[in-house]
Design a protein around this ligand. Structure first.
Ligand code: ADP
Ligand code: MG
Length: 589
């Protein structure tokens, strides 16, 4: 491409030169020929005139002196004129001929220029001579003596000297043209290079730019149009690099934002084709396939059209793969006329679950509180309806009322604890705890309850058990709950064991074991749920609230610990609490 410009330029130079030389050559050669020919003719004509003046008198005489005439003819021909000369009589017969042409004497000459001269006017002609390969000049002039024609002089001269001169000039011209053309071509390559090289540079640079490489500048070697092209191009490259840099910065920012969004984002064009999606989408919808996304998020054509018409945010809730998703649709349109729909997908599964649990909890609490209240109400009514008269009955009824009230108080206390733990309102007071001391004071607190049922509590605490860090009040609450359960759900006179051991390098384990009624296998997984009881009536009878184990679980979690329950129906239950010696928790002061 670039090469061809170079060659085109050279071709133009050479053709221009050729044309110029051609015109010049034709003109020059023509002029030279005219000049030489005229000169030559003039020479021959004047020789002819001179000869005519000499021979006219001799031709006039009746018996002319042929010897003198021959003499004159010979003198005038070679070497003076280098021409053949003939004297022709009025009847057209050669009378005398120059040396070498004597054979033509007494022959008739019929050339038209001769005929013309015989008739009285000089004639001339130029004709090629096949013998010499050159041209001959023929000149015939009448000879007059005392106003009457006495004969004709006919001169035939070779134009070989003129033709040779012209041929030489022509050769010089051809050689000159050719060498000038060669020189021009050579110069042309150089000159054209100075034009094409910068263009080639610009082309290469443009190609590099197309591939994203903006480095390097075009060297500006001149101040002409090509130099200007180069500098404009450099400026263009600089600006382009700047703009592209800005655009890619912007793009990276947007990309980073989209990548790190905690919501899924998909952008559709107005035909419903996916034009962008962030990585979270695949996680939320378990697919990144465009047509699937379209199906899940846009449903169908009609829905897409409706969504595109709406200028406000449209929200929809959908269950996808067991997740509850909130889909927020908002339309967009750019200056360039493209428009479409952006869908922001929020995973609200947890929010929904929490909401559900909160509602369930409120329902459970109301239900749990209604039972004791109903029974209090009915006993109080019975008392008011005359029961109060009977001292024995009223005492019995009031005791029930007291029991129920106490149970409610316990429940409200537990509930308060649970909600405070739930909302992180409960402050934690970490301190050092010595297990020996801890169980000493614990036993003291649960002893009355155990004594009621003649139960014995044994302690087996490993020697040199490390002192741990924990919230002593909450841990006490935890083990009171466990020991109370062990006592409640095992028969009178039974033994309850507590075993405290090291557990691994950084924890201790505390096991509370009873030989009571045990927990059915199918109930074990739900045992930590709020208000969950294996046997509601029995729990109630025993003053339970169904909140004890859920508090236990929360306290263990708060200490970054672990709890497991092993139980067999009718055989007994073993609860194992593992507590880290130094829990990694942020401590409230
Ligand atoms: N040591 C145990 N032996 C048998 N059953 C138990 C034991 N501990 C807990 N349970 C069962 O787990 C249920 C939940 O216990 P908890 O949350 O403390 O509530 P409750 O107020 O009923 O004691 C109890 O109702 C009981 O059915
Ligand atoms: Mg309990």
């Amino acid at each position: 491409m670039v090469k061809s410009i170079q060659y085109k330029l050279i071709l133009i130079y050479v053709l221009l030169l050729l044309f110029a030389f051609q015109v010049l050559g034709v003109f020059l050669i023509q002029s030279l020929e005219n000049y030489y020919l005229a000169e030559f003719k003039d020479g021959i004509k004047s020789q002819g005139q001179l000869l005519s003046s000499f021979v006219s008198r001799h031709l006039y005489e009746k018996e002319y002196d042929i010897t003198t005439i021959n003499q004159l003819v010979r003198e005038f021909s070679q070497p003076i004129t280098m021409a053949d000369i003939y004297i022709i009589s009025n009847s057209g017969i050669v009378v005398s001929a120059s040396r070498g042409k004597e054979r033509y004497v007494n022959t008739r000459v019929v050339q038209h220029e001769v005929t013309r001269a015989i008739m009285g006017t000089p004639g001339e002609a130029v004709r090629p001579n096949p013998e010499t390969g050159s041209r001959d000049y023929f000149y015939a002039t009448p000879v007059f003596y005392e106003q009457s024609q006495v004969g004709t002089i006919y001169i035939v001269a070779s134009l070989i000297s003129v033709d040779n001169t012209l041929a030489k000039v022509r050769n010089i011209l051809i050689i000159g043209t050719l060498s000038t053309m060669l020189l021009t071509a050579a110069l042309g390559i150089f000159v054209a290079k100075t034009i094409t090289q910068p263009i080639e540079d610009v082309t290469q640079k443009a190609e590099a730019m197309a591939k994203g490489n903006y480095e390097g500048k075009i060297a500006i070697k001149s101040d002409d149009e090509i130099g200007q092209l180069g500098s404009v191009f450099n400026y263009l490259a600089e600006k382009l690099e700047e703009s592209i840099g800005e655009i890619s910065d912007q793009k990276n920012k947007t990309e980073a934002i989209l990548q790190n969004l905690t919501d899924g984002v998909v952008a559709f064009n107005k035909d419903g084709d996916v034009i962008h999606q962030n990585p979270l989408i695949e996680k939320l919808l378990a697919t990144k396939d465009s047509s699937k996304l379209r199906e899940i998020l846009l449903y169908d054509e009609k829905n897409l059209a409706d969504l595109l018409k709406n200028e406000d945010i449209t929200q929809k809730q959908r269950e996808v793969n067991g997740k509850t998703l909130l889909l927020n649709y908002v339309t967009f349109s750019s200056e360039h006329g493209s428009s479409g729909l952006i869908v922001v997908v929020n995973d609200i599964t947890q929010r929904e679950q929490l909401e559900y649990m909160r509602r369930q909890f409120v329902a459970d609490v109301s239900h749990e509180l209604r039972t004791p209240l109903t029974s209090i109400k009915s006993y109080v009514e019975a008392l008011l309806n005359g029961g109060i008269e009977d001292r024995e009955i009223s005492e019995k009824f009031l005791r029930v009322v007291e029991d129920e009230t106490q149970r409610m108080v316990r429940m409200v206390k537990d509930l308060l604890m649970i909600t405070r733990l739930d909302y992180n309102k409960e402050s934690w007071h970490y301190g050092t705890i010595d297990m020996e001391e801890f169980f000493e004071s614990l036993t003291f607190k649960v002893l009355p309850q155990l004594d009621d049922k003649n139960q014995i509590l044994t302690k087996d605490i490993e020697k040199n058990i490390p002192i741990i860090r924990g919230d002593i009040d909450k841990l006490q609450q935890l083990f009171i709950n466990l020991l109370t359960n062990a006592s409640k759900y095992s028969p009178e006179g039974n033994q309850i064991k507590t075993i405290v051991k090291r557990y691994g390098n950084d924890s201790i384990s505390i096991v509370v074991e009873d030989k009571g009624i045990g927990i059915p296998k199918e109930d074990l997984p739900r045992i930590f749920e709020r208000f969950y009881r294996v046997d509601k009536a029995r729990s109630r009878e025993l003053g339970g609230t169904g909140l004890g184990l859920s508090i236990v679980k929360q306290v263990v979690d708060g200490h970054r610990g672990h709890i497991t329950i092993d139980s067999e129906e009718g055989k007994g239950t073993s609860v194992k609490v593992i507590l880290p010696i130094a829990p990694a928790v942020e401590e409230d002061v």
